[in-house]
Design a protein around this ligand. Structure first.
Ligand SMILES: Nc1ncnc2c1ncn2[C@@H]1O[C@H](COP(=O)(O)OP(=O)(O)O)[C@@H](O)[C@H]1O
Ligand SMILES: [Mg+2]
Ligand SMILES: [Zn+2]
Length: 325
């Protein structure tokens, strides 16, 4: 049984992947709908500038209203504004300053809540294991292992400049012995970016290959369907290559023996990496081996190693030292 740092048991990778694929637009639409139902007329009122609103008079409320007649704080009377919006006569209650403040505070709270919810969702889709969910640059121990500190400083910079990194498809390659903090460091990157709403997928080749294998024999025959079972190998690989930031934990754990059965894994890895390379997507690798060792000791294809080297150029870090386990 393969040990894995990812949180794979929680959700199957295939469904996670679909979530990654269509979350962005869905989120925004949902948010708008929710705001509309929440604020109702207030929301419309805020957007009245979009319609050619023709104001009539500000006048005291004369029709039945459930709102208070005077503000208990400033004592202002309940004013109503009537406007013709898109041909429809609409009434808006005019808020006094205290109410406006109250609403602004409520909106701010709502915004914070939405942000927290979005980050929680991004985190739940990251598949980062529980052990690493609180890993952060700020709470990493430093000053004991210079090679770790150097890598950490560069990874921090990488996060600070993530937009530019992503534009170039810049990745990172971290290698070194067991327990030196490789996974910890990639988790710090993931957590830092997710805090800033960047979706991240933390996984490994074993899990990816399992997900791809689960699609075998399930060609969709051209039927339009979004169900997981109709996923084909190609569509799944395609989705993996669209994710902006993919973290490959422990590359080289699996041996790439060059026989019949393992050609598949070798080809899968190359296909994935090559697509991500072509699409300028950022990929972060951690490994117990240098790239050279991956080729010489683990049987990785030179072509795949070359691609990885290209993708992680100037961001290859070796962490030496004792295991922390
Ligand atoms: N600089 C650090 N500060 C605090 N905890 C760390 C640090 N580096 C590693 N750890 C912890 O030590 C353990 C081993 O690190 P890990 O990153 O899993 O090693 P590996 O290099 O094998 O991936 C983990 O529990 C990790 O959270
Ligand atoms: Mg590790
Ligand atoms: Zn008031």
């Amino acid at each position: 049984m393969q040990r894995t740092e990812t949180n794979q048991d929680l959700k199957p990778l295939v469904s996670i992947l679909n979530n990654h694929a269509d979350r962005e637009p869905k989120c925004k639409a949902q948010y708008e709908t929710q705001r509309k139902s929440q604020y109702g007329a207030k929301y419309e009122a805020k957007h009245e500038a979009h319609c050619e609103a023709k104001y009539e008079t500000d006048h005291e409320a004369q029709y039945e209203t459930q709102t208070r007649q005077t503000c208990p704080v400033c004592g202002r009377k309940n004013l109503v504004r009537t406007a013709q919006i898109c041909g429809k006569l609409m009434h808006f209650r005019i808020m006094c300053e205290c109410e406006e403040k109250e609403q602004a505070a409520e909106e701010e709270l709502q915004k914070q809540h939405q942000k927290a919810k979005r980050i929680a969702e991004i985190k739940s889709l990251s598949l980062l294991g529980k052990r690493y969910e609180n890993a952060a640059f700020e709470n990493s121990e430093i000053g004991m292992n210079p090679s770790f500190d150097t890598a950490l400083n560069h990874c921090k910079k990488y996060c600070e400049n993530f937009k530019q990194m992503l534009e170039k498809g810049q990745g990172i390659y971290i290698y070194g012995g067991f327990g030196v903090g490789k996974t910890h460091l990639t988790a710090c990157i993931a957590n830092e970016l997710m805090k800033n709403f960047v979706p991240v997928l933390f996984t490994n080749l074993f899990e990816i290959s399992k997900a791809v294998k689960s699609t075998f024999g399930k060609a969709s025959f051209g039927k339009a369907s979004t169900s997981v079972s109709s996923e084909t190998e190609q569509s799944l690989i395609e989705k993996f290559s669209k994710i902006n930031l993919l973290i490959f934990d422990d590359l080289g754990k699996e041996i790439f023996v060059k026989n019949e059965s393992d050609t598949w894994l070798q080809n899968l890895l190359f296909d994935l990496i090559n697509r991500r390379y072509n699409e300028l997507k950022s990929t972060i690798f951690s490994s117990n081996y240098s790239l050279k060792e991956l080729v010489e000791k683990r049987g990785l294809d030179e072509a795949a190693a070359d691609r990885i080297a290209e993708m992680t150029k100037n961001f290859v870090f070796k962490i030496s030292g004792k295991s922390r386990r």
